[in-house]
Design a protein. Structure first.
Length: 501
């Protein structure tokens, strides 16, 4: 099963210690919205911001929401500083629904002057160099409408954009990517900040993101008896902020249900003793029990008669262990980022330069014991997971930002679950980046086809027409993080179809 990672974050400094308020730097981090609070990565972390209303669940009637920043004081307590009002102009002059073209439907109005650099901003349609690609710009506005013909908030004439967005990615005034938004219809929203920003820029970006979530919620809210006019209105609202749906998961689009989980010690799962408890043998049993529960209908009112195990790296080692130990549990297996060749592992481990998580990322992992480790730096991440020139450098920044932990117990026991699966005789696919450092020493296909050799070594009783391999060119260990990821996903999906699954 694929690993679920978390994101790097640095807790904002207090205003009392900032020598130049608004100008101190904020490092890349991931923010999530939880009801009326905004947290770093997990809802149980201390909130960084507070909203006066839950913006993901508002109706079209609401026009104003307050955004406050939660500050830490010297005595250890906290206080809330009201920094922005988020404003939604529903109606134009005289109660008409159509606003003037020089007025924003959503804008943010600053409520503090203690932070230099904050601006009043509104979202405005912008031009794109790509045909058919819409962009929106966060442009300074006159909130009092002094220059508006009808006396309402309007864009400052000739003002330059502070940020731009295509509804998914944010860029600064120079066109540099600064953040990526993720939304789904289950009202889960996150903002992955991938650039260093000043505190003022950070606050403005968070406020604008909140406006996006507000609009997203309205666009996807269920309406009763809305008719065709309501449908048109819903589509129009989705366009106002440049929202565009992300590409659907290939498996889901093909009619498959997808189940994934956080491994023991990772993400939202419990953080047990990293040496004596979080070991591969226990994780194998957890995985096997989850598969049984899927088949029994434990997680829903549906029992799944066909289950395919898909893993990556250590997740592949666990999936392979299922095929060897409990061969009847899976109807097929897809192992990615995995071979039985261990010659590249010393260099792979050395390149990661494992660091104690609590020391390396104290704001995220400060409460974990020293047996929890992370990859040391972005250089380490690139060395061990990426292969140039097959990736976008922005994905490297993102990957380093969302790196998760591994335990000493996993390091010492990772090979124990991998065994010859003499009974398993069902379809098998092995897919790896051709330049995978750890599992292929940088070349999976020459001078030996390591994926084919792995299939022979571990699965002696699978017919040859049920085994397929794919070494993805110009791709390192982080298969999902390269330009070639789509080709790998397509191969896996077509493999399952060819096998009648």
């Amino acid at each position: 099963m694929a690993e679920t990672n978390e994101s790097m974050s640095i807790d904002p400094p207090t205003y009392e210690v900032a020598s130049q308020p608004g100008q101190e730097l904020c490092q890349p981090t991931t923010l999530i919205l939880a009801a009326q609070s905004i947290h770093v990565m997990t809802p149980d972390s201390p909130p960084l911001y507070r909203l006066s209303l839950g913006i993901a669940d508002l109706t079209d009637i609401t026009t104003e929401v307050e955004l406050s920043r939660i500050e830490s004081k010297k005595d250890g307590t906290t206080r809330e500083r009201h920094i922005y009002d988020l404003l939604h102009m529903r109606l134009g002059p005289g109660g008409y629904t159509r606003l003037p073209s020089d007025s924003p439907k959503y804008h943010i109005k600053r409520q503090t002057r203690a932070i230099p650099g904050l601006q009043d901003l509104g979202m405005k349609k912008s031009h794109s160099l790509k045909p058919g690609k819409k962009r929106f710009a966060a442009v300074p506005v006159d909130v009092y409408g002094k220059t508006s013909k009808v006396g309402i908030t309007n864009f400052v004439k000739g003002a330059e954009a502070v940020f731009t967005t295509d509804g998914h990615e944010w860029a600064d005034s120079q066109g540099n990517s600064v953040a990526i938004m993720h939304d789904n219809e289950d009202k889960q929203h996150s903002l992955v900040v991938i650039a260093t920003l000043t505190r003022a820029q950070f606050h403005m970006l968070v406020a604008l993101w909140c406006c996006h979530v507000w609009e997203y919620g309205l666009a996807h809210a269920e309406k009763v008896h809305e008719g065709i006019d309501g449908v048109r209105r819903k589509m129009a609202m989705a366009k106002d902020f440049g929202f565009r749906g992300g590409s659907s998961n290939i498996a889901v689009a093909a009619g498959y249900a997808v189940f994934y989980y956080d491994r023991l010690g990772v993400g939202s799962s419990s953080k047990e003793d990293p040496i004596t408890t979080v070991q591969s043998s226990l994780e194998l049993e957890i995985l096997s029990e989850l598969v049984r529960k899927l088949r029994d209908g434990f997680f829903s009112d549906r029992k799944f008669s066909t289950v395919v195990g898909v893993g990556h790296s250590f997740g592949s080692a666990l999936t392979q262990g299922i095929t060897a130990t409990y061969p009847s549990l899976l109807d097929a297996a897809v192992l990615t980022g995995f071979t039985v060749n261990g010659s590249g592992m010393p260099g792979f481990s050395l390149g990661q330069n494992p660091a104690i998580a609590a020391t390396n990322q104290p704001s995220r992992f400060g409460n974990l014991s020293t047996g929890y480790l992370v990859i040391d730096s972005m250089i380490s991440t690139q060395t061990t997971f990426f292969h140039h020139p097959g990736f976008d450098s922005r994905l490297l920044v993102l990957a380093d930002a969302i790196k998760a932990t591994v335990t000493l117990g996993e390091f010492f026991t990772s090979k124990l679950t991998v065994k010859m699966a003499t009974v398993f005789s069902r379809p098998l696919a092995l897919v790896s980046g051709n330049e995978d450092l750890g599992f292929c020493s940088g070349n999976c296909s020459y001078p030996i086809d390591l994926l084919a050799e792995t299939a022979k070594a571990l699965y002696p009783n699978i017919r040859s027409n049920m085994i397929e391999t794919y070494s993805v060119p110009v791709t390192g260990h982080g298969l999902n993080l390269h330009y070639s990821a789509g080709r790998a996903f397509k191969f896996i999906q077509e493999f399952l179809e060819r096998q009648g699954i």
